[in-house]
Design a protein around this ligand. Structure first.
Ligand code: SF4
Length: 306
């Protein structure tokens, strides 16, 4: 039996309206079947420590930036916001000590964020700004912009906070569909383009900003229409990918029927190559560090380290 698409209301002569967010589009592009389980069948998903941790950090940042005071609010405001908005759902089965480690790490990340931003603080123009943009052909794209910051020339920049451990490259950020959607939304909301858009990786403390003219909004609109057409055509095939291991629906997925799942040897080869590259990098670094220790402390120090 085919489930009814909840976002669609069938009509005789025009396409049914479809409301998409960046995360839904992202899931569809990665795996159409995962999108179907999540957005059409609306099957429940399990909270994870990483998701709860990320949403706790987001809530704290949102509270701090939303004060919009002329002077930077003290770090205590940020830490108190973390305490009050801590999302415990993903940590339910976790040992208490381990949970404390996650919490302390969140505190560290926020302290660093404060140190980084307080010295040249400017109050945000908007925080968690809702948008809902009509892209034509009954497709809407909607969501929240984390933070809109004023720039010196009287314009503004757009920031999306990321809680992943690793930052993306500038090239990745330029190609980010999410930022293209925000640039589009900003034009709709504020009547002008932002000066720049940025992904801010709060764990390494790195804001990767790109000028607005490096963002291809037209191609983003085309991509969204392509996804919308595929959803309307109910194209929901499984597309195994490197995130299958974390997919909530793996037990229901035809691509994972049987014990081995799809192309396990292929995935093993890719991971093995990655680990070998890392091993080579580590070996190189170990040799460099040994040389430093040998020169400064002598061979005996190296023997003691073994
Ligand atoms: S297990 Fe992989 S292929 Fe199957 S639905 Fe999830 S993401 Fe898609």
């Amino acid at each position: 039996m085919t489930a009814m698409l909840p976002d669609l209301q069938p009509s005789a002569d025009e396409p049914a309206p479809l409301k998409l967010s960046f995360s839904k589009i992202d899931v569809y592009q990665r795996c159409p079947l995962q999108y179907r389980f999540m957005a059409v069948d609306r099957l429940p998903t399990e909270p994870t420590p990483a998701l709860s941790w990320g949403s706790s950090l987001h809530a704290a940042l949102e509270r701090w930036w939303d004060q919009r005071l002329p002077e930077p609010p003290p770090v205590e405001v940020l830490l108190e916001a973390l305490y009050e908005s801590w999302d415990d759902t993903g940590f339910a089965d976790m040992d208490r000590q381990e949970k404390i480690r996650w919490y302390r790490h969140a505190q560290e990340v926020l302290r660093r964020h404060h140190e980084q931003h307080a010295p040249h603080y400017r109050p945000a123009a908007a925080v968690e700004q809702w948008f809902d943009v009509d892209l034509g052909n009954a497709v809407r794209v909607r969501g929240f912009i984390d933070c809109v910051v004023p720039t010196e020339g009287g314009g503004f920049g757009i920031v999306d906070w990321k809680s992943s451990r690793r930052a993306k490259t500038r090239e990745d950020v330029e190609r980010s569909l999410q930022l293209a959607i925000y640039a589009l939304a900003a034009r709709e909301l504020f009547g002008r383009d932002p000066d720049w858009v940025a992904l801010e990786f709060i764990v390494p403390g790195l804001r990767v900003a790109v000028e607005r003219d490096r963002i291809d909004v037209e191609s983003a609109i085309a991509q969204i229409h392509e996804v919308a057409d595929a959803i309307r055509a109910e194209r929901f095939e499984p597309r195994p990918n490197r995130l299958c291991a974390w997919c909530d629906f793996r037990s229901l997925c035809p691509a994972w029927e049987g014990s081995d799942g799809p192309d396990v040897p292929g995935q093993a080869v890719v991971e093995l190559q990655r680990l070998r590259r890392r091993q080579e990098r580590d070996a190189q670094r170990i040799a460099e560090l040994e040389e430093i220790v040998r020169q400064r402390l002598g061979d005996e120090a190296l023997v003691e380290l073994e």
